[in-house]
Design a protein around this ligand. Structure first.
Ligand code: OXD
Ligand code: MN
Length: 595
């Protein structure tokens, strides 16, 4: 569509200003149609940025520059007016200074390219919990991914009207086609990436990267970093949580939200296939939840996204058959390996690499090289509605009522399989002490404990002390029905380093106990850290697991917990104005562990 199709004066002025700065050859407003997507995919096929996947209808293969493969936390900034507003866990820069620096980068950055205007809605268009963003980008790959990940196009402009509010999202790969310079399959400015948020202005400027969360600005940048600030200001919650529906054999349904750090199996849990007969799990979302109190006093959540941007390696018919079925068609694969007959492959897909495999670096695969065929952060971008177990209410604009909130991380020791908080503030405390051992997929030493409160450490757009206060305040609202809080750990190991719990579909046994606790029928026993399943309360029918392993999984080892306390205290003390209530909860916990 032509730029003149925009009849929102403020939006038009902003686009005009950005055009002046970025100097694209052309401006195009995306209508979101299939015809448009076909046309743009054709262009990427012709330029060599996309390859067609003959084995998967409507699907494409893309590979990135080796210097642009993941989110870049070191280059991510929260440019609030004052440093204290960003807090000790975020990179901060003065907004004016950062704008000045960025303007130089963006100046002429779109020369020789088209600027695409992407109107998108996070959440069902026009819904009471939804918000609109406009992304300006010079990347067709971004347009096509945004079309899967968000509701995008003309309908959003209609909903915006002449004066609706929107989040300003500016993105450039930073590779202008100046005279004599040829385009690349994956243009970027790998050494000069900036992922910058201006929370007061509700604006995002992203430069230099074309990958995932750096470039698809609706996801981490808007739906978490900017939205967390909007949520604090407006009295709701923007969280790094999956949402699932669970139905018991009698047909009673409840919804659960769950926060886990990256690489802890959120997509697998959201699409879980229960091993318990008669139980059913359905998916509302796998990464982000926006929640607010409903008029009936229940906490309601929507998934603001429209697709999944999932990690491919490790996804198989064993680990996540529903994800495998979701990505059979209309999917963009990035940095996986490809087969000569037009399919994809990755480590952990569940079968051997076929002959003639090409790695994500576009080299013939050599299993002896020790180098993986797919990048560990290779991704699929797939429409949510293709998930075979998508929840019937996943597009309900009012959201689904949340009965329980789970936190979890990867801990080889200390943390039992499941424990329950005593009340809301204890639940907030549980969220605040979330920690996870780093995996080989992330940079840094393997097995090191990283504190990742609410799994929001890289995604909170303001001071996390203030974020904890916000959560506590939300629970103080009168006339509301608090969901229950749980801390789970699927990753506990025995002395030989073997996982004690089988995980995946067997996690339905833990979900069943949580469900029954919400119904008021599940039995629990109190421990120093919270409520554990009472003996026999966890349904282990048909599961081969030793009594010893179960005992270990449900043990609270006071010594191990006490060893964790100093680290938590240091973390809490790193904030000014840390909530007294959570500090007292830590003292409470320490005292109980010592008696
Ligand atoms: C993600 C992440 O991509 O959390 O969802 O890193
Ligand atoms: Mn995530």
């Amino acid at each position: 569509m032509h730029l003149d199709s925009i009849n929102h004066p403020k939006l038009r002025t902003w686009i005009d200003e950005m055009v002046q700065m970025c100097m694209p050859d052309d401006v195009y407003v995306c209508d979101g149609s299939q015809e448009e997507a076909n046309r743009l995919s054709e262009r990427l096929l012709r330029s060599g940025s996309f390859k067609k996947l003959e084995k998967r209808p409507g699907s494409f293969y893309a590979f990135s520059d080796p210097g642009d493969v993941a989110r870049v936390e070191n280059n991510t900034y929260i440019c609030s007016r004052f440093r204290e507003e960003a807090g000790p866990t975020n990179n901060w820069a003065d907004p004016q200074e950062m704008k000045g620096e960025l303007m130089q980068r963006f100046f002429g950055s779109m020369r020789g390219r088209t600027m695409y205007v992407i109107p998108f809605s996070m959440g069902p268009i026009g819904g009471p919990l939804s918000h609109i963003g406009i992304e300006l980008t010079d990347s067709i790959y971004v347009v096509l991914n945004m079309r899967i990940m968000t509701r995008m196009g003309s309908k959003v402009l209609e909903a915006l009207g002449r004066d609706g509010t929107f989040v300003k999202c500016l993105h450039s790969v930073g590779y202008p086609l100046t005279p004599g310079r040829h385009d690349k399959p994956w243009p970027c400015d790998a050494n000069n990436k900036y992922i910058v948020h201006f929370p007061e202005e509700r604006a995002i400027w992203s430069y230099g990267s074309g990958y995932g969360g750096n470039a698809l600005l609706g996801k981490k940048c808007f739906a978490l970093r900017i939205a967390s600030v909007m949520a604090r200001d407006q009295g709701w919650l923007a969280e790094h949580m999956l949402i699932l529906g669970i139905t018991n054999p009698e047909g009673k349904k409840r919804y659960i939200a769950a926060a886990f750090p990256s690489a802890c199996g959120k997509t697998n849990l959201a699409m879980l296939v229960p091993t318990l007969p008669g139980w059913k799990v359905e998916t509302v979302g796998d990464d982000i939840a926006w929640m607010r109190w409903g008029e009936d006093g229940q906490l309601y959540a929507i998934n603001p996204e429209y697709g999944y941007f999932g990690v491919a390696p490790g996804t198989s018919m064993q680990s996540n058959p529903n994800a495998m079925k979701t990505i059979e068609k209309n999917t963009i694969f990035t940095n996986v390996a490809r087969t000569p007959d037009g399919d994809v492959w990755w480590e952990g897909i569940g079968y051997d690499p076929p002959e003639g495999l090409i790695t994500w670096l576009q080299e013939p695969y050599d299993p002896k090289s020790g180098k993986p065929a797919a990048h560990p952060n290779a991704r699929f971008t797939a429409p949510a509605k293709q998930c075979p177990v998508i929840d019937p209410a996943w597009e309900d604009p009012n959201g689904v009522p949340i009965s329980a909130i789970l936190f979890g991380g990867r801990r080889a020791g200390t943390v039992p399989l499941v424990h329950e908080a005593m009340d809301w503030s204890h639940g907030v405390f549980m969220g605040a002490i979330v920690s996870s051992e780093t995996t080989a997929a992330a940079s840094g030493a393997v097995g090191q404990l990283r504190r990742d409160p609410f799994a929001m450490l890289p995604f909170c757009g303001y001071n996390m002390a203030d974020y904890f206060h916000h959560w506590l305040r939300m629970g103080e609202r009168t006339g509301v029905k608090h969901p229950k809080f749980y801390y789970v750990n699927w990753f506990r190991k025995n002395k030989e380093g073997k996982f004690l719990w089988p995980g995946y579909g067997e996690n339905s046994r833990v979900l069943k106990w949580i469900f029954e606790r919400c119904e008021g029928i599940g039995k629990a026993q109190e421990s120093a850290i919270g409520n554990l399943p009472a003996p026999g309360a966890l349904d282990l029918t048909g599961l081969k697991i030793s009594e010893e392993a179960m005992k270990e999984l449900l043990t609270v080892n006071a010594e191990e917990w006490l060893a964790d306390i100093p680290g938590i205290r240091v973390f809490f003390n790193s904030f000014d104005d840390f909530p007294e209530q959570l500090m007292e909860r830590l003292d409470w916990l320490e005292k109980r562990l010592k008696t």
